[in-house]
Every structure is written in C-alpha cells, then in structure tokens.
Design a binder for this molecule. Structure first.
Ligand code: ADP
Length: 473
C-alpha cells in the first residue's frame, strides 16, 4: 500500500465518525430549540393569565363600588349581597395574582402595594355599607373623604402599572427568545453544512480507497501475467535452442559413426591379435552413437514447429517416444512402466507432435507425483471406445489428486507445485479437444491418479505414414 492510500484509509473512518458526531450535535440543537419554543409559548400563556387576573380584580373593585352606591341610595339588600360577593372575589383574585407572579420579587411587591390600596378602599366601602341609607349623612362624609384620598385612582394606577410591567416582561422575553433562536438556527445551519461537507469528503475518500485497491489488484494480476509470460518465453527459447543443438549434434554424431565404421574396417583388415575384441567394442560404440542420434531426433520432433497436420500414426510409437523423453529426467528414481496397448486400436489420426506432448505431460506429472513413493508404477493402456475413438488410460501409484486443485486442474496456471507453471494439463486438454476427444482425471480408490483421454482411430483403408528415419538430420 502506498503512503497516500494509507493516509486515505485512516482519514475516511475518522471523517465518518466526525460526521456522525456532527449529526448528533445537530439533533441535540434542534431538540433544545424545540424546548425553547415550548417555553416561549408557556410565557405567553403566563402573561395572559396575569392580565386576566388583573382585569378580574379591576372588575371586582368596580362591582364593589357600584353595589355600595346602589345600597346607599336604595337600601335594597341584594346590593349589599352583591357588594360582599365582589369583596370576596377581590381577595381571592389578589391571592391568585400573587401566586402567578411569585417568581418575580419586584412584581410581588407591586401586588402587595395594590392589595394595600384595595384593602383601604374596601374598608371605606365596608363602613359606608354598615352605615347604610339610615345614616346617609355620615356615609356621604366617608365618600367625600374617599375622593380626597384618591384611593380609587391609586388602585387604577397600580393595576395599570402591573399590566404595563407584565407586557414589558413578555416583550423582553420574546426578543431574547428571538435572538437566541436566530443564533441557534445559524449554528445549526453551519453544523449541517459542515456535516454534509464532511460526509461528502468521507464518501469521496472511501471511493478513492476502493479504486486504489482495485487498481492494486489489477497491477498485481498484470505483474503475475507478465512473470508467467516471461517464463513461457524463456521455455520457448529453450525449445528453439534444443532444436538448434540437436541439429548441430547430428553432424558430429554422423562423423563419429563414420569414423567408428572406418576403424572397424581397418581393424578387420589388420592382423592385430585382439582384433575380435576391438571389433566388438567398436560395434558397441557404433550402437551407442545410433542411440544418441535417436534421442536427439525425438527431441527435434518434439520441439520442432513445422508439422501440425493430422496424419495416421502409431499410438505405441508416440507413447514409446514420450516415455523415452520423459525417462531422461527420472534416471535417479526408476519407475516400473507397463505399456499394454491394444494392437487393434494402434492406428490413430492425430497430430503426432501434439499428442506426443500430451503423453509427455501426463507421464512427467505421474513421475513427479511418484517421486517420494516407495512403489512407483506407471500403467499406460488403451482400448476401443464409442464413436470410432480409442481411450488411453495413464495411471500412477502417486498420492492422488490434491483436493484444492481437483476442480480446476485443467485451467491455465492451476498448480500445487512450487516450481510448477500449471499449463501442462490446460495445453493437453486443448490438444485433445482439438482432436474431437475429451480428457478427465480421478483419484483411484486404492490410491494414485488416473488420467483418461480419447483420440480418433484411423480408418482401416487410410494410408499409413512411413516411419521417420531416426538418424535423419
Ligand atoms: P504443473 O505440473 O506445472 O503443476 P500441470 O497443468 O501439468 O501443471 O498440472 C496441474 C496440477 O495438477 C499439478 O500441479 C498437480 O497438482 C496436479 N496433477 C497433475 N498430474 C497429477 C498426478 N499424476 N498426480 C497428482 N496430481 C497431479
């Protein structure tokens, strides 16, 4: 991971956390604002209650005065009762007004002052009622005194002050609430913009992080493919080099054969006492040279590119050539090979070099699988199959198929070997399918792996191709 992508990987979760926190703060701020709104409604309600109580007192005082006059002028008892009711109402409304403004000491003092004036006024009214129309002269004196004292005006003034103060308080509270609401709304809006911004940045960083991971994966895959391509290219160069080497070696081998045969003729014509033994040794030397030539020819056939056309071939010859090539690399661990091919299905219509490669892949895999086994036995058998095909079976006594790979072993680059390329079986499958056949593998119940594939049989009337001259260069 690059430094930049590590920074992105740590920043994105942090930003997401911060965004979440901001949204929680915003939710809290909105909740507080709602509570404030509820408070301001209750303040309006409270002021309404106070104003109602004040007007109630005003009405009750007026009623008390009206009833007092009525009683004094007429002496009718109902005026007396009306006065008493109004007097009681004034007391109880003063009590409830005091309770309503109880949390404001200045307001309480104003109510107490009002109560004082109201009490004084009602005391005057009470005396006038007591005197009644019978003692009109004294009652009128008290009324005269009341006008001088201006108690009614004082009560009125006190009630007006209370009303004004209460309305002022409400206005002040509403202004304060408006200011605070505006500030809270502004802060909430800023937080919201911040939260949306950080959420957008976090989303961008996460997407960037994902894109970087995808890019890294693609780069890695490309690197792997490049490495595989280089290996394939190296192998192909090696194949071409082997072909050139085989061509170069053919001439000295031919020369050695000629020299050995010349020496054989010379020694025969001589009278050397050991000429029989020397002749036999020279014969063996000539045989080994021919063997070396045959091995080189097989190698050339195998790596050579030229022929790709199908022709009638001997299955046995192809299998034997592949075995000979594969045996070169397993001399240290000999394998017991059993080749039981059905002679009736020997002729096949195939591309010899390609089918040889299939045999070689399967035989080499079997040899490698049995490398550490005590019993190393390879069986190659063939028998007729449906649709003018021949089925070839290649079985070994190795450990069987690895469960990790059994499902995809015919796919390119599927391998369990540390130095394996995983292309042998994929190439083999392509070749067999190009011949109209199929290939499959399974693990035997008694252990070991068995590969089976089918190839088209050659028709009896088709011409067979003459065998290649092993020594030809
Ligand atoms: P490679 O030999 O380079 O791994 P192959 O395509 O030839 O590539 O084989 C793929 C895999 O199939 C091998 O790595 C091995 O795990 C498994 N395999 C092939 N032949 C045998 C066998 N005879 N016994 C057990 N496993 C085998």
């Amino acid at each position: 991971m690059t430094r930049k992508s590590i920074a992105t990987a740590t920043h994105a979760p942090l930003l997401l956390g911060a965004t979440l926190l901001l949204f929680i703060v915003i939710a809290g701020a909105l909740f507080l604002n709602l509570m404030r709104l509820r408070d301001s409604f209750s303040w309006v309600q409270h002021t309404n209650d106070v104003l109602l109580a004040i007007s109630g007192i005003q009405r009750a005082v007026l009623e008390a005065e009206t009833n007092e006059r009525g009683y004094l002028l007429t002496g009718i008892e109902s005026y007396n009762e009306g006065y008493r009711r109004a007097h009681e109402a004034v007391g109880s409304r003063l009590d409830s007004l005091r309770a309503l403004v109880g949390d404001d000491p200045a307001h309480v003092a104003r109510v107490d002052e009002l109560r004082l004036f109201v009490d004084m006024r009602t005391a005057q009214l009470g005396r006038v009622i007591e005197l009644g129309p019978e003692r009109m002269r004294e009652a009128l004196d008290i009324l005269e005194q009341a006008r001088t004292d201006q108690l009614t005006e004082r009560v009125e003034a006190s009630l007006t002050t209370l009303t004004r103060v209460e309305q002022g308080l409400l206005t002040e509270r509403m202004h304060k609430h408006d200011r605070e609401s505006l500030a809270a709304a502004l802060i909430t809006a800023c937080l919201l913009i911040l939260a949306v911004g950080s959420a957008a940045i976090a989303a961008f960083l996460l997407e960037h992080q994902r894109a970087a991971a995808r890019q890294q994966e693609a780069d890695q895959r490309l690197q792997d493919l490049q490495a595989e391509l280089m290996r394939v290219a190296r192998l192909s160069t090696m194949g071409e080099m082997s072909s050139a080497l085989a061509h170069e070696l053919n001439q000295p081998l031919g020369a050695i054969t000629n020299y050995v045969q010349g020496s054989r003729r010379l020694i025969e014509a001589s009278s050397h006492p050991d000429k029989a033994r020397i002749g036999a040794a020279l014969d063996k030397a000539a045989q080994q040279t021919l063997r070396a030539g045959a091995v080189i020819q097989r190698l050339r056939d195998f790596v050579g590119r030229g022929e790709t056309d199908k022709s009638v071939e001997s299955l046995r010859a192809i299998a034997e050539d592949a075995l000979a090539l594969a045996s070169v690399v397993t001399r240290d661990r000999p394998v017991d090979v059993s080749l039981t091919l059905d002679p009736a299905t020997d002729r096949v219509l195939v591309d010899k070099v390609q089918v040889q490669q299939v045999f070689l892949n399967l035989i080499r895999n079997a040899f490698e699988a049995m490398r550490d086994e005590r019993e190393r036995r390879l069986t190659i058998a063939s028998h007729p199959a449906a649709g003018s095909m021949v089925e070839i079976v290649v079985a070994d006594t190795g450990p069987g198929l690895d469960a990790r790979i059994a499902e995809r072993m015919f796919q390119p680059f599927a391998t369990t070997k540390t130095d394996g390329m995983g292309i042998g079986l994929s190439i083999s499958q392509t070749i067999i399918q190009a011949h109209g056949g199929s290939i499959a593998a399974s693990t035997l119940p008694e252990g070991g792996t068995v590969f089976s594939f089918t190839l088209p049989r050659a028709d009896a009337e088709q011409q067979s191709v003459p065998a290649v001259d092993v020594a030809a260069g």
